[in-house]
Design a protein around this ligand. Sequence first.
Ligand code: ATP
Length: 376
Amino acid sequence: MQLKVKVIFVAHIQFQQVKKFYPNGFVAIDNLNLEIYDNEFLVLLGPSGCGKSTTLNMIAGLEDISEGTLSFNGQVINDVSPDKRDIAMVFQSYALYPHKTVYENIAFGLKMRKFSNSEIKVLVDDAARRLDITKLLDRRPGQLSGGQRQRVALGRAMVRRPSAFLMDEPLSNLDAALRISMRAEIKQLHQNMKTTFIYVTHDQAEALTLADRIVVMKDGQILQIGTPDEIYERPKNIFVASFLGVPQINLIEGNLREDRGELLFESACLRVNLTGLQPSNFSSASSAQVTLGIRAEDVLSLDAANAPETLTGKIKSILPIGSDQFLETRLSASDEKSYFFRVGKEYRNVIDGSFHFQLNRNRLHLFDTQTTLSLL
Ligand code: ATP
């Protein structure tokens, strides 16, 4: 079955020096350069207001582009209307027609595109089977749960067989358990459909689970693009490091200096030998203001403080998370800040007890405190 209107197939999407100003002069997107590859699952991730939806809407043609070019397969499409772009969009609000049945909702776009009733039936039944909503086809949206409505919205997008799916926070109205199971379904859908997915979220866990590549945005700009592992393990700056990971990465401001061939980090609460790390732009003659980043899981808990390089904290609270537990600790009497470390379930201790640990040196992060950029 072929689509009945001439639309531009989307295999490769490219933003080149794109800016977006809203009529009030607000710069929502500032010099965006981004390539999206055929069939990839790309996630736009960032805090509220960073420009994710604006970027998605420009791809859909729902927002115009103030400067620069957006092209599909090398063809500039700045002025191509949304209906000529072979794209389907799924919104956070689902945007279902309340008076139509599930079947009619899914079929609606096909009807508008003049598919025959028998063609529509084949496509709707197939989508309903894949999304496990066959039994719901006669119901209206008001008679469905949030997760079921979300499936209908996905079904409506699927039947169009678009060459790109755009999704704007599609799971944010669902409860935590359903969100996790729908994530798995969306990932499966991407694998089955072999189509480009561009997905907007402010939920870092969702981004890490779903994406082939993540684009981290802030204030209308891209801070980093990479695979989930690259973004999590090699964040380019303090913002990216803090935005990914729960609890947030522990950040300790201090001083880095070299002393008789050893590289030492010193702060009010911690003194660590970092010999072996090779921070960029660090000369042995100087000392530098740096921020040490330690993820909660990158420590080894010890029974006692007698091993070399052992650090000790005072436990302020113990937070079990089922499989493991987080320890909230203070690293010195003078520092009121809490640092969180992850230990196994078997680890036993008490509040106000001492937590002895070693750092996993290979997994430490070091940032220039002033520029916030990674030094490793
Ligand atoms: P959220 O996660 O809250 O949806 P977002 O990252 O998707 O945020 P956008 O909706 O793309 O952010 O908005 C980017 C910026 O542009 C925000 O600061 C927003 O206030 C601003 N903005 C959006 N629409 C308009 C508009 N019509 N006029 C003026 N400013 C706007």
